[in-house]
Design a protein around this ligand. Structure first.
Ligand code: BGC
Length: 267
């Protein structure tokens, strides 16, 4: 099979676990050099690096808190030093610190905004600066660069127990669209992926027992199953490839129909 991302370098933030890990694997499988950014659990990042290398692609693990400007600048610099260029930025790292608005502390609000929105901005900005420096390389890709934000169905669906998370993801949606508008004439594509219920650590409580798992499906997921990280990883690799060259400024929802508001079925 032809590898669609050969010769390209991708950075994935929060790349050592969950959706990020699946993105790294899918991008590596398509031939990309993969930069695995991680915040903690170095051993997971190193294991993933070894797995990607075993599959025939290059990988590099970089520790760094993407909510900090200097860490993001250094991460992009190191990626460029190592692989000569970058082509894909998956601004994926995200956290939750849930609580209803009247209960939420300023710290819980701020942490989620810092990582999920400010961090995403910093990663996208540094990637865009690097893409602009590099310009178009038609032998590598039709686009001069690709930025993929991991958003959420909650850029759209309000969620009373996570107003900070929803505000951040709603912000990511408009950041994505504004950057797409700015950068399309420079042939840089900017997109979001909006996952629904994907089995990762972030929502482990919601699938901790078979019963809870089933309840989520019955209430929220018309397609009848939870998503797996690989469902998102594959979409990210495709979105980054030239097959999706005419896509920019939009969120691709990968949610088993969660946005169809299934509770209205019998309404
Ligand atoms: C959240 C998960 C949640 C899912 C569907 C995601 O963005 O991180 O905790 O299960 O949306 O509600």
């Amino acid at each position: 099979m032809e590898k669609r991302l050969r010769g390209q370098t991708a950075i994935v933030t929060g790349g050592n676990t969950g959706i990020g890990e699946a993105m790294c694997e899918a991008l590596g499988a398509e031939g990309a050099n993969v930069v695995i950014n991680y915040h903690s659990h170095e051993e997971q990042a190193e294991e993933l690096k070894a797995r990607i290398e075993k599959g025939g692609s290059k990988a590099l693990a970089i520790k760094g808190d993407i909510s900090k400007e200097d860490a993001v600048i250094r991460m992009v610099e190191r990626a460029v030093e190592t692989f000569g260029r970058i082509d894909i930025m998956c601004a994926n790292a995200g956290i939750q610190a849930d609580g209803k608005s009247v209960e939420l502390t300023l710290d819980e609000w701020q942490r989620v905004i810092d990582v999920n929105l400010t961090g995403a901005f910093l990663c996208a900005r540094e990637a865009a600066r690097q893409f602009l420096k590099q310009g178009l390389s038609p032998k590598i890709s039709k686009a001069a660069g690709k930025i993929i934000f991991t958003s959420s169905v909650h850029e759209e669906i309000p969620w009373e127990s996570a107003p900070n998370y929803c505000a951040a993801k709603g912000g990511v949606r408009m950041l994505m669209r504004s950057m797409a508008q700015e950068l399309a004439p420079r042939r840089i594509r900017v997109m979001g992926i909006g996952p629904g219920s994907i089995k990762t650590k972030i929502n482990a409580e919601a699938w901790a027992t078979k019963e809870k798992e089933r309840e989520e499906v019955e209430r929220f997921i018309p397609y009848g199953r939870w998503g797996e990280p690989v469902d998102i990883g594959k979409v990210a690799a495709w979105l980054a490839s030239d097959e999706a060259d005419y896509i920019t400024g939009t969120t691709i929802f990968v949610d088993g129909g969660m946005l169809l508001y299934p509770s209205f079925r019998e309404g």
